[in-house]
Design a protein around this ligand. Structure first.
Ligand code: ATP
Length: 227
């Protein structure tokens, strides 16, 4: 069995709102192996975004641990956590979050520049990835000059540029028309050959069906849909 990239143990998260406490996640366990692609589905409000934020180290758990490549994220200080995230994780959201004043190559190169790669090699690598996602002809376009599907493919290229161990996606096709969604899905399928693991939160049953495992978030924990 391949190495575990991401491991959650007895994970819990509650939000305290004055006197009210909302327990969103409780006793959640998850092991994600290298190269594995999983979908997380669940009703609105079941805690999918909360879980993704914890997996990405964007929020801290109330109980339990999230380990990425063997490191408990909660044990890192803010600077170390940023570095760990930058080197090992890629993020894709429903809305692309590209920087409007930069072109496609510059947007994709950004995580490498943050990690200290030289501008020249960062841009070369970004250009290669843009070719791979079918956007060789759009390198110099800014996000405002791209279609929704193209923007999302740039966002996927950006998420992969630092060769992350794990890519976290929150409704990657949620904002796209069926044709663009199909292209993004084909890309996710194709990227499955790479070593990265994927966690994809989606309402789209078609995307979910293409993953190795589909887990349903219910009652604060994950249930294997095949079980
Ligand atoms: N910062 C917060 N403070 C208080 N409650 C919160 C906070 N963030 C989320 N919640 C609550 O936690 C629960 C889970 O929210 P979350 O956004 O994780 O659900 P979700 O499954 O991603 O929903 P959706 O599919 O609608 O995006 C909801 O009841 C929500 O109201």
């Amino acid at each position: 069995m391949s190495e575990v990239v991401l491991r959650c143990s007895s994970l819990g998260k509650h939000y305290s709102d004055g006197e009210d406490a909302v327990q969103v996640l409780k006793g959640l366990d998850l092991s994600l192996h290298a190269g594995e692609k999983i979908a997380i589905v669940g009703a609105s409000g079941s805690g999918k975004s909360t879980l993704l934020n914890l997996l990405g180290g964007l929020d801290a758990p109330s109980e339990g641990t999230v380990e990425l490549s063997g490191q408990d994220l909660n044990q890192l200080d803010e600077a170390a956590l940023c570095g760990w995230r930058n080197q090992r994780l890629g993020f894709v959201y429903q809305f692309h979050h590209l920087l409007g004043e930069f072109d496609a190559v510059e947007n994709v190169a950004m995580p490498l520049l943050i990690a200290g790669t030289s501008r020249k090699s960062a841009q070369e690598k970004a250009a290669l990835l843009l070719q791979r996602v079918g956007l060789a002809h759009r390198m110099k376009h800014r996000p405002g000059q791209l279609s929704g599907g193209e923007r999302q493919r740039v966002a996927i290229a950006r998420a992969l540029v630092n060769e992350p161990a794990c890519v976290l996606m929150d409704e990657p096709t949620g904002n796209l028309d069926p044709h663009s969604a199909g292209q993004v899905l084909a890309l996710i399928d194709e990227l499955g050959e790479a070593d990265a693991s994927f966690v994809i939160v989606t309402h789209d049953a078609h995307i979910a069906s293409r993953m190795h495992r589909v887990l349903t978030l219910a009652g604060g924990t994950l249930v294997d849909s095949a079980a």
